[in-house]
Design a protein around this ligand. Structure first.
Ligand code: PEP
Length: 263
């Protein structure tokens, strides 16, 4: 179902009125993890002011170490729902486990499947049956074919609303946390009709590389970007040092606007 042979025209996924795919370029932004009301409120207002279209925030966090902050769970979902009420921004948040799916469905306008769960067939099938739009991150060691086959698990359950997200892959290069595979974006757009967005924050793991990588994503033909934003990036409980300040997000969206009008 993911191939251009099945469907020639680009898929446009409607996320509570925000189209992903087609002519529009979408900016999804927010903190890596939901931490507290003040942090969410500052972030959400910053995202809205910067022209972001969808608010992100992890309530369930799949951390590399079990001793790192694991997210606020349901309390985090409630804080996300509050910010949707206040700003009107649709919400994206990660679902880690089928057991949490019903709770997450109450809040998420689009579900996020993280890199560590890309090949969790049980979760993918359950999300497929839910019918909710989904952002499917590329597994950090997955080939493009494996990524698209993961998307097939969702589509084959009758859910056509899949957005792919390139977030960097494991290579031998330690200068960035992962290597952002922009060639995958160009390649996937040839192979598949599904929209593709890019997460430069989790790929680089470094604030200073987010802007150039986001601009490169737009130039290579991505349908949008997902950016970590935090009012106090250095003090973030999750992935400190990779988030932009809301003011830096506003500068980035202005730069993206100029680039996209020029091309
Ligand atoms: C995230 O976006 O919150 C996240 C954990 O990303 P990834 O699954 O790409 O590591």
């Amino acid at each position: 179902f993911t191939g251009r042979a099945y469907q020639r025209a680009d898929t446009v996924v409607d996320v509570a009125g925000v189209p992903i795919g087609g002519p529009a370029f979408v900016v999804v932004a927010g903190p890596c993890a939901v931490e507290n009301r003040a942090q969410m409120s500052d972030s959400a207002h910053g995202v809205a002011l910067a022209g972001g279209a969808i608010l992100r925030g992890g309530a369930y966090k799949p951390r590399t170490s079990p001793y790192s902050f694991q997210g606020l769970g349901r309390a985090g979902l409630r804080l996300l729902a509050e910010q949707r009420e206040v700003t009107g921004l649709p919400i994206i948040t990660e679902v880690l486990d089928v057991a949490d799916l019903d709770d997450v469905l109450e809040v998420a306008d689009i579900l996020q499947v993280g890199t560590r769960n890309m090949s969790n067939a049980t979760l993918l099938r359950a999300i497929g049956r839910s019918g909710r739009p989904v952002l499917l991150k590329r597994g950090m060691a997955a080939t493009i074919e494996e990524w698209l086959l993961a998307a097939e698990y969702i589509l084959s359950e009758g859910n056509p609303d899949v957005v792919l997200c390139e977030r960097g892959i494991r290579t031998f290069e330690p200068a960035t946390r992962f290597t952002l595979d922009l060639s995958a974006v160009a390649a996937v757009r040839r192979i598949s009709h599904l929209p593709v967005i890019v997460d430069p924050s989790h790929a680089a793991g470094r604030t200073d590389l987010v802007r150039p990588l986001a601009l490169a994503a737009a130039a290579v033909g991505a349908d949008g970007v997902m950016i970590d934003v935090h009012p106090d990036a250095a003090g973030a409980l999750c992935d400190a040092g990779q988030a932009l300040h809301p003011k830096e997000l506003a500068e980035l969206t202005a730069d993206l606007g100029r680039l996209l009008t020029a091309t």
